[in-house]
Design a protein around this ligand. Structure first.
Ligand SMILES: C[S@@+](CC[C@H](N)C(=O)[O-])C[C@H]1O[C@@H](n2cnc3c(N)ncnc32)[C@H](O)[C@@H]1O
Length: 270
């Protein structure tokens, strides 16, 4: 039997994946580490299935280890007798509490089978919510910016845990970044806000992230040229890079996939 780590997505119940929903429905117990993940899970399972776990609000490593050991001891017998799920917002492998549970289960209950169901992470949801495109070839770095920190360096960054937006903003602008903030993106609970003005979100809310991009960044996407060079819109002179939905043999598919890769600038190996 299995312990599933299920990513619930950013917070709206219909952004749970089809697989995630099936797993929640099939599991005997669904454990949640917080109020928000619990309320999303409750859109898909009955309250009677929700398992209780206590987590202390502490950074003390000793206390945290003890709490995870206790949680694992509660979950493991149920995961041996049946299927259980541990839910997290976003994806279970991205800045998530599930990592603590996985390591503790591996250490103390190695017989428990583990499976992860990925979720829509804030790492990708932010782009849609803010109307940002991370174009092919661009780099994107993840950083934390709790307590007013302003990490700098990469051309583009997603900053998690922005708990003091005005202080973080000051450092980022000084270092030459344009910054957009997103609060409670695709979340049912609380008000969704996207803004460039840190004063609008000076009140602390853990579910706040920022996207920072170097002000002088030059975008070199082929189709960006349409906006300036080529008004005709005639794109028929290149090699085909998509199958148009036809049924194709394996060889032809491989050729098209190579062409798609080359169109993205990835002509290297296989
Ligand atoms: C511990 S991380 C969890 C990330 C999550 N596992 C994921 O994949 O999206 C929590 C941070 O992610 C960001 N975050 C997660 N969900 C968010 C949302 N719906 N709206 C805005 N920020 C979010 C916030 O910066 C928050 O402090």
């Amino acid at each position: 039997m299995t312990l599933y780590g299920v990513g619930l997505g950013p917070g709206e119940a219909d952004l749970v994946t089809v697989r995630g929903k099936h797993v929640l429905e099939e599991c005997d117990v669904v454990y949640s580490p917080g109020r928000l993940s619990r309320s999303v899970a409750l859109e898909h399972v009955d309250e009677s299935k929700i398992g209780d776990l206590d987590f202390p609000m502490t950074k003390d490593e000793e206390k945290l280890r003890a709490a995870w050991k206790e949680a694992a001891a509660e979950i493991a017998p149920n995961a041996r007798d049946g299927d259980v799920a541990f839910v997290t917002l976003g994806d279970p492998n991205v800045y998530s509490t599930f990592g603590h549970l996985r390591r503790t289960i591996d250490a103390f209950h190695p017989a428990v089978e583990l499976e992860i169901v990925p979720g829509v992470s804030a790492v990708t949801a932010f782009a849609t919510a803010m109307g940002v495109e991370i174009e092919a070839g661009a780099g994107l770095s993840l950083r934390e910016a709790a307590a007013g920190h302003s990490p700098t360096g990469p051309d583009r960054m997603i900053l998690f845990k922005v708990t003091d937006a005005p202080a973080t903003h000051e450092g980022l602008v000084e270092a030459g970044y344009d910054v957009t903030y997103g609060r409670r993106l695709f979340m049912e609970q609380g008000e969704t806000l996207v803004t460039d003005d840190p004063a609008e979100i000076d009140e602390r809310d853990y579910y706040t992230l920022a996207y920072a991009e170097k002000t002088d960044l030059e975008i070199e996407s082929a189709t960006a040229a349409f906006q300036t060079d080529d008004e005709s819109g005639d794109a028929s002179d290149g090699e085909p890079v998509a199958d148009g939905g036809r049924n194709l043999g394996d060889e032809e598919l491989v050729k098209i996939e190579r062409a798609e890769g080359c169109a993205q600038g990835d002509c290297g190996g296989n």
